[in-house]
Design a protein. Structure first.
Length: 579
């Protein structure tokens, strides 16, 4: 800490004049510590009754009462956290009651404004370190320069003045973690904002930590079911995968994420929803919806709303991720949603510009790719040696007029294992979820699909592609032959089957039954408008008359051909009765 200190004069602040012997002791102590001649001047100060304060350059040695209390406090909180060490530490506390000096580097605020402060005089400060300002306001070092550092502030900067003191903590930013967070709404600093009292947490994790390496991982091989037929059938997501949800504004992006959360009920998955830059009112409404659906029993909401400062929005996804890692490392399965990373990138851009970093493409700083890659790489399926837990990430990105080739969308598309592309035109046609089948893809989830689902999906994607092509060609011709007409009806029916209301997830078995019947062309005679109602009735029929089928799909290894035939027979029976 003292290596860059070149001052040779130290100042001793105390109420009483030290004796010559004491003075000599200080000189000896300092000269030994800094390895050079140092003179000490006494300053009469009433600020430290019953103690001293020794300052040399930016190093402060605190023998004041306050300093003693702080040491005691630190020791007590350590005791509380490490109860195993209580006995030896208690002994130590008792015996070494006279505290050792704490050396703290103190800096001075140069400028402050827009959630950013520049500070000079902290020579040994590190990147990402937390600093304490006036009134205990916390800030994080984001920019290191030769003579000064740029710091982002996590709360209102009003009490901080030019020239006020700043202290180092030697710690990086972290968040308390623990099981007590489940069911709660917190801000990115880990403080509850739902008015339900303090959260009991014994653990603490840095918000930034390195992603698991190759050896620590295993392949993605278990499904994370969304309950949405359009996604589970064609773009299956596996536990530990990162699947991007991308689309223009108001295309149902958040709805897909929320449906996936509601579908995890009773599946032992812990869900974390990180809201970045959204209206506080819409987040409140969402929490209400989730609570009514019983989904808050296993969900944590991390909210950095639009009115929060850019630094708070910037750390939100990392804080959520740290919470997720806590559960993942306990061997649990976690689903984390970042809604959305476009707003996160914008918060980071404003920070960077305020910190005087040079702007690049679309005025984003040069490291905006790393901003998201280091976040999304932390999603993983851990090896069995590490407990086999997983964290599945569903980042959301908003596009402008469907432009997926803008800077942030292309970056995140290249980081993730696939994307679900939502289209405004489809959304307004009533095709909801508005998944564009041609542009969406899931690169790893296929391995995680259940065998039954894999077999049931069959030629769905191909059939839909053919339908779209045929639809374009036949738009203007009126006289179509029967087989073409049938083909069109079949395609239209498939598209209808993929429509699904919000908060109405299908179970995996229902999805298989629906797919087998639809691909078996049972829905061709049903008028288009009635398809969704009829499919609901069909599932009801199966549940009432043949509950064994769902059980067998759940239990059996795959979907043997005989079972497929059986499902088709029961489906046909239902259709015949319906008429
Ligand atoms: P934003 O860009 O504002 O974040 P978004 O893309 O997240 O919007 P949502 O808020 O999820 O979109 O959905 C927009 C509207 O569409 C909401 O009112 C929602 O209730 C409705 N909606 C979404 N999905 C469906 C669906 N499957 N069926 C019916 N309505 C839906
Ligand atoms: Mg949204």
């Amino acid at each position: 800490m003292s290596s860059f200190n070149s001052n040779s004069r130290a100042y001793l602040y105390s109420a009483e004049k030290p004796t010559d012997a004491q003075m000599e002791g200080f000189v000896k102590f300092l000269s030994k510590k800094y390895n050079r001649e140092i003179t000490v001047s006494w300053v009469n100060s009433k600020e430290f009754p019953g103690g001293f304060r020794l300052e040399i350059g930016n190093d402060v040695y605190d023998w004041s009462k306050e300093g003693k209390f702080e040491q005691l406090r630190e020791k007590l909180s350590y005791l509380a956290k490490n109860s195993d060490n209580v006995i030896p530490l208690m002994k130590e506390t008792v015996h070494s009651w006279t505290p050792a000096a704490i050396a703290r580097e103190v800096g001075t605020v140069l400028t402050v404004g827009d959630g950013i402060a520049t500070v000079e005089g902290l020579e040994n400060v590190t990147f990402g370190e937390i600093l304490i300002f006036t009134d205990g306001i916390r800030g994080m070092v984001m920019e290191l320069r030769r003579d000064e550092v740029g710091v982002i502030l996590f709360s209102d900067e009003a009490p901080i003045m030019e020239g006020s003191s700043v202290y180092r903590t030697g710690k990086t930013a972290g968040i308390p973690v623990g099981d007590g967070f489940i069911g709660r709404v917190i801000n990115p600093l880990g403080e509850p904002i739902d008015g339900r009292g303090v959260i009991d947490s014994k653990n603490y994790r840095p918000i930034e930590s390195p992603a698991p390496g190759i050896i620590d991982r295993q392949p993605v091989n278990r499904p994370m079911e969304t309950g949405l037929l359009a996604i589970d059938s064609m773009f299956p997501i596996g536990r530990g995968q990162r699947e991007l949800i991308i689309g223009d504004r108001q295309t149902g992006k958040t709805a897909i994420a929320l449906d996936t959360i509601t579908n995890q009920k009773g599946k032992d998955v812990i869900c974390i929803y990180v809201a970045i830059g959204q209206k506080a009112s819409s987040v409140a409404q969402m929490v209400n919806n989730l609570r009514n659906k019983g989904a808050m029993d296993y969900t944590i909401i991390v909210n950095a709303s639009a009115s929060d400062a850019a630094p708070v929005q910037y750390i939100a996804p990392y804080a959520g991720c740290a919470l997720g890692e806590y559960f993942m490392q306990k061997g649990e399965d976690v689903l984390i949603i970042y809604d959305d990373l476009s707003k996160h990138a914008i918060a980071y851009r404003s920070l960077s510009l305020l910190l005087d970093r040079s702007p690049g493409r679309e005025a984003y700083p040069g490291d905006v790719f790393y901003l998201h890659s280091r976040l999304l790489e932390r999603a993983a399926h851990l090896s069995d040696e590490l407990g086999g837990g997983s964290m599945t990430a569903l980042p959301i990105v908003e596009t402008q007029a469907g432009d997926v080739s803008a800077y942030i969308p292309t970056n995140i598309i290249s980081i993730t294992d696939g994307q679900i592309f939502l289209e405004t035109a489809l959304f307004f046609e009533g095709q909801r979820p508005a998944v564009n089948v041609g542009l969406s893809v899931s690169r790893v989830g296929g391995d995680a699909q259940t065998k039954a689902m894999k077999k049931a999906t069959g030629t769905l994607r191909l059939d839909l592609a053919q339908y779209r092509e045929m639809e374009v060609f036949t738009q203007f011709s009126s006289d179509l032959d029967d087989s073409t007409k049938n083909q069109l009806l079949y395609g239209k029916g498939l598209m209808r089957i993929l429509r699904q209301k919000q908060y109405k997830p299908y179970s995996g078995e229902d999805e298989v039954i629906l797919l087998v019947c639809a691909l078996g062309r049972l829905f061709i005679p049903v008028p288009e408008k009635e398809i969704n109602k009829v499919s609901e009735e069909l599932l009801q029929y199966f549940r009432q008359n043949r509950p064994d089928i769902a059980d067998r799909i759940r239990g059996s290894e795959g979907l043997p051909d005989e079972m497929k035939k059986e499902i088709l027979a029961v489906g046909a029976e239902f259709m015949a009765k319906r008429k």
